[in-house]
Design a protein around this ligand. Structure first.
Ligand SMILES: NC(=O)C1=CN([C@@H]2O[C@H](COP(=O)(O)OP(=O)(O)OC[C@H]3O[C@@H](n4cnc5c(N)ncnc54)[C@H](O)[C@@H]3O)[C@@H](O)[C@H]2O)C=CC1
Ligand SMILES: O=C(O)[C@@H]1CCC=N1
Length: 277
């Protein structure tokens, strides 16, 4: 099995590291190319046996799976470079949401999947969002599923719901980290507790909260009720929190969806400049 990665930025490097550490891939199965070649070289230093390719074509040639880990507006250039060397049995995996599967299938002669990871996959946690291309066989699907199961909980979604699913799964860690930051900053500022202690408490709490909801299982509402002793401190504070955050996530989703619609248009225009502009 040969695996190619094009783009060794944040997510490309994270996926390489996660798959290798999980024992799902050996470094000698992996070839990485990146516009900034030092990033691919860094991975080769970190994981002896991994090849840093000199070009995207080198990473693409003969790869059973080829991960495209570049930003949406870089797809045109990458697809132009690699499409002529790809063969029908190869599988190209896009990890980015605004590049449509139908566009990739139109522009590439091979099989296609869209799989959106999350930064928390680095530690074998979180979900990965699966959208199947039309050319994949059942064997292809189960092999990809198995690969991603080593670092995440794969979940199949419809391509039309990729934005909200990515908001929850992939943008979510940033949103939750922001909320934790607010909580920690407020604790430190208002009481003088050591930041390190406050951070440890907040992180353990976040981890436990999610695990409890999944493992009991219980809904967010049920968990709030469990902690809120009638007439107690949590209930009073929750009331104030509800008032100050009402509608906040509707605004978050409005923002992501608006930006996504713009990105889809820009990507479409870059991929199909004559037909659709
Ligand atoms: N950061 C995250 O948590 C997540 C990101 N994604 C998606 O993954 C994609 C990549 O994101 P990041 O890794 O965060 O971005 P990044 O900017 O860290 O990495 C992109 C890499 O692509 C390389 N690159 C650009 N053009 C290239 C070309 N023509 N040939 C070869 N390499 C090229 C750049 O040198 C850079 O290292 C984005 O589309 C993003 O939406 C998906 C899920 C989560
Ligand atoms: O911020 C972004 O555009 C990407 C998409 C999902 C997570 N990060």
């Amino acid at each position: 099995m040969k695996i190619g990665f094009i783009g060794a930025g944040s997510m490309g490097s994270l996926l390489v590291g996660a798959f290798v550490r999980a024992g799902a891939l050996r470094p000698d199965q992996i070839t990485v190319s990146s516009r900034t070649s030092s990033k691919a070289s860094l991975l080769a230093d970190q994981f002896p046996g991994l090849r840093a390719a000199l070009s995207n074509v080198e990473a693409a040639q003969g790869a059973d799976y080829l991960f495209l880990c570049v930003k949406p507006m870089d797809f045109r250039r990458v697809l132009d470079e690699i499409s002529s060397v790809l063969k029908p049995e190869q599988i190209v995996i896009s990890i980015t949401s605004p590049v449509r599967i139908s566009s990739l299938e139109e522009l590439l002669p091979c099989k296609v999947a869209k799989i959106v990871p999350s930064v928390v996959n680095a530690i074998g946690s979180g979900a990965s969002l699966f959208m199947w291309g039309t050319r994949l066989s059942e064997t292809d699907k189960s092999a990809l599923w198995q690969l991603f199961s080593s670092i995440s909980r794969p979940i199949v979604i419809q391509e039309e719901e990729v934005r909200v699913a990515s908001d929850l799964s992939s943008c979510g860690p940033a949103f939750m980290a922001y909320l934790l930051e607010q909580f920690i900053d407020a604790s430190v500022m208002s009481t003088g507790i050591e930041r390190e202690t406050a951070s440890a408490l907040a992180c353990e709490m976040m981890l436990g909260t999610a695990r409890l909801m999944l493992e009991l299982p219980c809904s967010p509402g049920e968990l709030q009720a469990k902690v809120s002793v009638p007439g107690g401190i949590t209930a009073a504070a929750l009331e104030s929190l509800r008032k100050s955050t009402r509608g906040a996530f509707l605004q978050v989703l409005y923002t992501t969806h608006e930006k996504f619609a713009e990105d889809l248009d820009r990507v479409d225009s870059s991929l199909f400049p004559r037909e659709r502009t």
